[in-house]
Write a protein that binds this ligand. Structure first.
Ligand code: BG6
Length: 369
């Protein structure tokens, strides 16, 4: 049942091209409009959404953070991302014009379910992005957009994460379409590029040998830092979470711009730091800014493990290692950049002899508060 792989996690990492492709499959009608599986919100009401609040836990919450950048860029609707357990008890400000989007692989996470129920009581529209048909959260929601990642067995989420991000892109494009405009990027072009992502993820998976070697070489490492900006920030957070969950190593993700406001004090010679570099054509000159962040930590002796696009030569002088990802539009890059971080955590945990499918103290789905 592991399809020839030693662990479910490795199998699921390799299923990611399919998880993304299947989540995109059959999503648009002949007019190009997105199809939600179960929509109990009149389109007229969806058109008038004034704000979006995303509620989720763990990896799903990082998918929500990625979604925020895309949905705000394409719709200019303000998007807030809240950890479901924090949302529930902070007297959230939501009303009839708020779309509360929950993201959950299992559809059974109690914290997320409570947040959805609370949002519904406050009159919000609720939409569930979920991987499990007929589970509790979609049943408690007004609309459902299923991710088609297939069953995910390993406790640490991988393919469901990529499918969640994919579904969030679709939701962003759908909301933009309902409002009759995309403020940035041409929706058709984005969809075209999205359909090209499974092949790129597959290509990337074919070149993970060096990442595996790096992980095995680092089996005794006590701490790893992860840096990213913009959409690379949640990717960095997810990379750190994977390493904590699987390898029990202290790991922390930071927004690269925050470095000089504190975390740079942690840099000492030999400290490994993953840096997620945005593509050279990312808006706001972010590529150059991240390259100078790498330069800063390298000057202080950090071991810089850089994730950069194939054609990005600027990182070479400051990188201890470069992991190359196939070029893609900036907004879609998280679907690629996170993959080496998953593979790294998997192999580092394996090198330590740990059970990667069933890490200590964790459950696949947490059905208590
Ligand atoms: C956890 C799992 O506790 O719940 C994580 O260990 C997961 O992998 C999180 O991201 C949220 O789960 P779900 O099913 O709501 O996506």
């Amino acid at each position: 049942e592991k399809g020839g792989y030693p662990t479910f996690m490795e199998k699921e990492i390799h299923e990611q091209p399919h998880a993304v492709a299947d989540t995109l499959l059959g999503r648009t009608d002949e007019s190009g409009a997105l199809i939600l599986d179960d929509l109990r919100i009149p389109e007229e009401r969806l058109r008038r959404v004034e704000r979006v609040t995303i509620v989720a836990c763990g990896t799903a919450a990082y998918a929500g953070m990625v979604a925020k950048y895309a949905i705000e860029r394409w719709t200019r609707i303000p998007v807030e991302v809240a950890l479901a357990h924090e949302f529930r008890y902070c007297d959230p400000i939501v009303d009839e014009s708020t779309l509360v989007v929950s993201i959950s692989q299992s559809g059974e996470t109690m914290d997320t379910l409570m947040a959805v129920r609370h949002a519904a009581e406050l009159g919000a529209m609720t939409l569930s992005i979920c991987n499990t048909h007929g589970s509790t959260i979609p049943r408690a929601s007004d609309a459902v957009l299923y991710t088609h990642a297939g069953p995910e067995v390993a406790v640490a989420s991988t393919k469901a994460f990529l499918a969640q991000i994919t579904a969030c892109y679709l939701l962003g494009l759908y909301l933009a379409q309902l409002r009759g405009e995309t403020y940035a990027d041409d929706a058709k072009a984005v969809l075209r590029e999205l359909h090209a992502m499974p092949e790129r993820i597959g290509r990337l998976l074919g070149r993970m040998d060096r990442v595996r070697e790096m992980a095995e070489f680092m089996a005794d490492t006590r701490s790893v830092l992860f840096l990213g900006r913009h959409m690379g920030f949640p990717v960095a957070m997810e990379g750190a979470l994977k390493l904590k969950e699987l390898a029990y190593i202290h790991a922390e993700g930071f927004a690269a711009g925050e470095l000089k406001h504190g975390p740079i004090a942690l840099i000492e010679p030999g400290q490994p730091v993953f840096v997620v570099v945005p593509g050279p054509d990312t808006p706001h000159d972010l590529h150059r800014k991240v390259v100078s962040n790498i330069q800063e930590i390298r000057a202080r002796g950090a071991r810089t493990l850089v994730i950069a696009h194939d054609d990005d030569e600027d990182v070479e002088p400051f990188a201890s290692e470069v992991v190359r990802i196939p070029p893609c539009p900036p907004m879609l890059a998280p679907l690629l950049a996170v993959v080496p971080l998953q593979v790294f955590a998997l192999h580092l945990a394996s090198a330590k002899g740990l059970d990667v499918d069933q890490p200590r103290n964790l459950a696949k789905s947490v059905t208590v508060e």
